[in-house]
Write a protein that binds this ligand. Structure first.
Ligand code: NAD
Length: 441
């Protein structure tokens, strides 16, 4: 066993996403302190904590006439740049610590992608799969009203995340505009909106498209051992929501990959010859009684663990945090992991993967395409413009390739893994901004 493998097995596995983010942050701080320049301790403490955590509770009238109480959050992590930016999540797993971790991640992601935003994240603890469209609309309007004190095109600009989509973003815009009729830049209060309300072309696919650009660059530069082309490369995708479906489609249609595995929350399927993501989604939406990919084409159902350890070249976790854990990592067969979900890999699993020479493209780099095109949408709304898709994609590619190149160079120059390097870049930039601004008053 190599010394780094021994070290990996000695690491305490951290399943809590906030604690894990703080560990990565501490590691980056230690590196900068030792190798670059000493950081004022107070600045480190400032960076570790969100500047605002808003918790709201509110009633929603349900379709059966009953009234149900919900708890929602809006956490703004950094005001180094404003507005703050991040998705809104609807899930039964939403709680303050998770939203805080995701807001922290957003700040770091914006620094890696070089976007002038602080990080934030919102969410409501609810189960959107068990609610009607009318109930979700009432919940979204009331939640928007409750977070109104912090919401605004220059203060806090949400976007879609798990359980929310263009539809909810349109409702947030409408609610904000009704309550702020004279706001000149109201469409810029939220991104990921429908095109008819000022949404950007390419936003729906942006997280996946950005990830594909990073993966393409890594292959082109020969950074993934044993993978010299994306053509016919075998891909497993966990999750078939916005991000998972789009990455499967893009890799299948634009890069000629073979999508051998796909899953949703009910299980997965695997087919060596390859699946057409469009057909799998159509089966899930229109045929499956459980609204699942399981059962497609009579394929054997797989558990989450079986899917993640199936034979493939590229593994794309695109569901939720803490999916690739230490107990699974040693059995993972992929050559590269493209982290499109936020926080899908635990610290122990990451160490084991690095030791196995798996190339891990970390979330704060790999999935930054979503917030990047959100930034483009916000710019278009502010300027009253409507960019062509080719322009959005060209600008996205440039941003993602530049971010990837910076992370690779930092990793090479300082002998760091890609996650470590991305954190070092993000933390260094954030410190630079905070130091330049100084402490108010
Ligand atoms: P979504 O709600 O559209 O889709 C989530 C998918 O994950 C669903 O298909 C669901 O069935 C599936 N899922 C849930 N639990 C699962 C499990 N245990 N195994 C397999 N599948 C499971 O959400 P999304 O917007 O596609 O977000 C997916 C991930 O990408 C999240 O981690 C999110 O934070 C991250 N992300 C999203 C964006 C964006 O622009 N939407 C941007 C950056 C990062």
């Amino acid at each position: 066993m190599s010394s780094s493998a021994r070290e990996a097995y000695e690491i305490k596995e951290e399943f809590d996403f906030l604690k894990r983010t703080k560990l990565e942050f501490e590691k980056a701080v230690q590196f900068i302190n030792a190798e670059v320049r000493p950081i004022e301790k107070g600045i480190v403490r400032r960076l570790e904590q969100p500047f605002r955590q808003l918790t709201v509770t509110f009633p929603v009238k349900m379709d059966d006439g009953s009234i149900q109480m919900f708890t929602g959050y809006m956490v703004q992590h950094s005001r180094s740049y404003e507005p703050t930016k991040g998705g809104i999540r609807y899930s039964p797993e939403v709680k303050l610590d998770l939203i805080t971790a995701l807001a922290f991640d957003m700040t770091l992601k914006c620094r890696v992608a070089d976007l002038p935003y602080g990080g934030s994240k919102g969410g409501v603890c609810c189960d959107p799969k068990k609610m009607s469209q009318a109930e979700l609309e009432r919940l979204t309007r009331r939640y928007t009203y409750e977070i109104l004190p912090v919401l605004g095109p220059d203060s806090c600009v949400p976007a879609p995340d798990i359980g929310t989509s263009e539809r909810e973003m349109g409702i947030i815009y409408d609610t904000y505009k009704m309550l702020n009729p004279h706001s000149p830049y109201a469409p810029a209060v939220v991104t990921g909106k429908p095109l008819s309300l000022g949404g950007s072309k390419g936003r729906r696919e942006a997280t996946a498209r950005g990830g594909a650009y990073v993966l393409e660059e890594a292959v082109k530069q020969g950074h993934i051992e044993g993978l010299s082309s994306l053509k016919d490369a075998a891909v497993v995708v966990q999750g078939i929501g916005n991000v998972g479906y789009n990455i499967a489609s893009i890799l299948y249609e634009d890069y000629g990959c073979r999508i051998v595995g796909i899953s949703d929350s009910k299980g997965g399927i695997y087919c060596q010859e390859g699946l057409n993501p469009k057909d799998v989604l159509a089966y899930k939406q229109n045929v499956s009684p459980e609204k699942s990919v399981v059962g497609y084409d009579g394929l054997q159902p797989l558990t989450v663990e079986q899917l993640l350890t199936s034979p493939c070249d590229i593994l794309v976790p695109a569901a939720k945090e803490t999916q690739i854990v230490g107990a699974l990592a040693k059995d993972i067969k992929a050559k590269v992991i493209l982290e499109l979900a936020n926080g899908p890999t635990t610290n122990l699993a990451h160490k084991i993967l690095i030791d196995k020479n798996v190339y891990v493209l970390p979330d704060i780099l790999a999935n930054a395409g979503g917030v990047t095109v959100s930034y483009f949408e916000w710019l278009q709304n502010k300027a009253g413009e409507n960019w062509e898709l080719s322009m959005v994609e060209e600008k996205l590619r440039k941003k993602m390739v530049t971010a990837y190149t910076n992370v690779v160079e930092t990793a090479k120059n300082h002998n760091l893994d890609m996650r470590n390097a991305a954190f070092v870049i993000a933390v260094s930039k954030e410190i630079e901004i905070l130091t330049a601004r100084g402490i108010f008053p």
